[in-house]
Design a binder for this molecule. Structure first.
Ligand SMILES: Nc1ncnc2c1ncn2[C@@H]1O[C@H](COP(=O)(O)OP(=O)(O)O)[C@@H](O)[C@H]1O
Ligand SMILES: [Mg+2]
Length: 489
């Protein structure tokens, strides 16, 4: 190319040819420049798009019901806008690929054949059902709709926030110790119209869950012999693993209790019932609802009106469940908030400024009349856990005491708990496959209504002020039972 053309036999020709060549080269250069400019513009546009996506993601993540990702949302595309960069562009584009929303008609509950009711509770029902397409047995959980909306059967029919959270969180979770959600289905009419402009009222929303044979509460109620120490360890470890997964993903369950823990016939424990769960950030939002967690599993800071709390409320419930697995009955069966607190103080000791610095600043603690730490006998401020569980090993007692620390800051995290020596000491946790099997209540035609308390409903009010003046005094004046006589004003 660079050599003289064999056709250029005159100087003029040669000059013309050289000019043509220059023109051609100039054109080529301009073309390359144009290409580079285009690529740069494209890269800039791409960066802007990524940045705005990242902003959107961040905005979503800070919204209370949204998933807060612990990973940085995006990685900006660095690099020059040249063709050679397309390989690096490709690799960063891989990192930045977002799942496009897919819209498809919601499936109908008609695809399922109900086999039997498992539980009919305050908030809806759960039934065992068969997927007619695959023959697989599943659990159908019908979510309660807002009454006003449901009653009026308007086209505005919708789910309460709790239902939406339950769906969202279960959809995001994938862990062997968390119940699996297969799909969400609607009543037939709503499902068949969900992909058109016509608005049929949604009468019911169902979660299609993996079917699990038992819940721990039913097992504990029915079993002839208590769990062995090695079995309690396996169950607690699985609970810890599930809770550690939730907390690592910024999810607080806020209603951990034995009826929300399922156990299959292969000894696997699964955390269920995410009706009270929510995403939180770090630090947790300043105003969370205090009315969470079923009374018997509710932590002292919640009972004292704390509105900032964190994963340690779940760890308190884990402590209550640990005690219940050992004792075969709920550990702290308070009749109301005040009774619940007095039962906690009876078991764990009365809080002092040393054992729980700053607890007096909690809203309901202001009216709390407790023995002052200087003159309180150790019997009142000390824990009774050792005495209540004489068969528990020293490590087990230490762990239970730690989980039931009055001061939430002293409770171990789920990850800490799993590293506790209790799990490595003898007796070793029993292998799941060696777990005993139990007759499944959920597999039988049976309706149960439980008399045990439920998680607080929305709009329920916490007690405004509490009089604890009688605590640990005048036991002889108590009207009945072994609790303390406390009054609510
Ligand atoms: N996936 C499931 N498989 C079998 N039984 C289940 C399943 N999910 C829930 N149940 C049973 O139904 C009961 C209520 O379910 P849950 O999700 O806790 O609803 P609620 O919000 O009414 O408490 C549980 O205590 C358990 O006995
Ligand atoms: Mg439940």
């Amino acid at each position: 190319m660079a050599g003289k053309s064999r056709w250029a036999d005159t100087e003029e020709d040669a000059e013309l040819e050289a000019k043509l060549k220059r023109d051609k080269e100039e054109k080529k250069r301009l073309k390359a420049e144009e290409k580079a400019r285009k690529a740069a513009a494209e890269a800039e546009w791409e960066q802007k798009r990524i940045a705005s996506r990242a902003q959107q993601e961040q905005a979503l993540a800070t919204e209370p019901t949204q998933h807060t990702n612990s990973e940085p949302a995006t990685k900006r595309r660095r690099g020059k806008a040249t063709d050679e960069d397309s390989s690096t562009g490709e690799s960063s584009a891989k990192l930045l690929r977002f799942e496009a929303p897919t819209w498809k008609p919601t499936a109908s509950v008609e695809n399922y054949d109900k086999l039997n009711d498992i539980e009919e509770g305050t908030y809806g029902w759960v039934a065992r059902a068969k997927d007619l397409r695959t023959g697989k047995v599943v659990a159908l959980k019908r979510l309660k709709l807002d009454e006003a909306v449901n009653g009026a059967a308007t086209s505005r029919a919708g789910l309460p926030e709790t239902g939406l959270r339950e769906i969202q969180i279960l959809k995001d979770c994938s862990h062997r110790n968390i119940v699996g959600l297969h799909e969400v289905v609607l009543n037939d009419a709503a499902a068949s119209y969900s992909n058109t402009n016509r608005k049929e009222p949604i009468e019911a929303v169902f979660l299609v869950l993996e079917f699990v044979e038992h819940d721990l509460k039913s097992i504990l109620e029915d079993m002839a012999e208590p769990f062995l120490a090695s079995e309690v360890k396996t169950l607690l470890r699985q609970l810890g693993e599930g809770v550690a997964y939730l907390h690592a993903h910024w999810i607080l369950h806020r209603d951990l209790k034995t009826s929300n823990l399922l156990l299959n016939n292969r000894g696997q424990l699964k955390i269920a019932d995410f009706g009270m769960a929510r995403y939180v950030g770090d630090p947790a939002p300043p105003k969370l609802t205090q009315l969470v967690v079923t009374l018997w599993y509710r932590s002292p800071e919640l009972l004292l009106g704390a509105s900032t709390y964190d994963a340690s409320v779940d760890m308190w419930s884990v402590g209550c469940i640990f005690g219940e697995l050992l004792a075969r009955e709920p550990l702290l069966q308070g009749r109301n908030e005040v009774d619940a607190l007095s039962k906690i103080f009876e078991l764990c000791g009365v809080p002092t400024e040393e054992s729980w610095p700053g607890f007096r600043r909690l809203p309901n603690a202001r009216s709390l009349r407790l023995p002052s730490s200087s003159n309180a006998p150790a019997a009142v401020t000390g824990s009774m856990i050792r005495a209540k569980f004489p068969l528990l090993t020293a490590a087990g007692c230490q762990l239970l005491n730690a989980l039931l620390s009055l001061d939430p800051r002293n409770r171990p995290s789920a990850a800490d708990m799993l590293r506790h020596e209790y799990f490595t000491q003898d007796p070793k946790p029993k292998h799941e496959a060696m777990f005993p099997t139990f007759p499944s209540k959920a597999g039988q035609e049976r309706r149960r209504r439980r008399e045990t308390p439920n998680a607080p409903g929305r709009g329920q009010k916490a007690p405004a002020s509490v009089d604890f003046s009688g605590i640990f005094a005048g036991r002889e004046r108590e009207e009945r039972g072994g609790g303390f006589s406390l009054r609510m004003i």
